[in-house]
Design a protein around this ligand. Sequence first.
Ligand SMILES: C[S@@+](CC[C@H](N)C(=O)[O-])C[C@H]1O[C@@H](n2cnc3c(N)ncnc32)[C@H](O)[C@@H]1O
Length: 203
Amino acid sequence: MAQRYAPATERNREAILAVLQKHLPNQGTVLEIASGTGQHAVFFAPHLTQRYWLPTDMDPANLASIAAWREEADAANLLPPRQLDVRDPVWAIDCDLPAPVSAIVNINMLHISPWSCCEALFAGAAKTLNQRAVVTLYGPFKRDGVHTAPSNAAFDEQLRSQDSAWGVRDLEAVLGVAVEQGFACQNVIEMPANNLSVVFDKT
Ligand SMILES: C[S@@+](CC[C@H](N)C(=O)[O-])C[C@H]1O[C@@H](n2cnc3c(N)ncnc32)[C@H](O)[C@@H]1O
């Protein structure tokens, strides 16, 4: 069966939706990077009408899962998934969209990918977005190099033992990359289970 299931999406989706409803522009296409199973996309899209929602991922099995969830969903504004690796030198997603990309949403990717993906995310966002467009991140972060909870420290250790290039990122390092690419941090929001949402806008 193509449909994948990630239980965490059901635990965090309401809190993330509240952030998106407050901070996303109310028009345009929302580009979701690293959509995973597609469960977030099918949940968010019907709550964010007036925008189109474009789910993407680098993994073909995830793209099949997103397509399968989408087929069951009742969301006219949910676009078919497209393949996108943030490290692609050109993000080939912008040419035939129903509306320009007004926001990028990236949930739980930065710690499960090499640091180069953070750099590529903001470099690609800078090329894709116009002024006043928004980037939102969600996930666990260190603050000033320190874990915010023992559970995040344990998670970090587990990630690094799986792949030494992975790990919970330091928020200040992420902010540095964002600023270099022309984004200003607008909001850092504490979320359940020691996660953060971080909202940027293009200056
Ligand atoms: C932990 S999952 C999170 C999925 C989903 N956002 C969620 O919260 O359930 C990490 C996701 O990042 C994606 N990913 C990792 N590296 C990527 C890259 N370089 N470009 C795009 N997606 C990437 C993986 O394919 C996977 O879907």
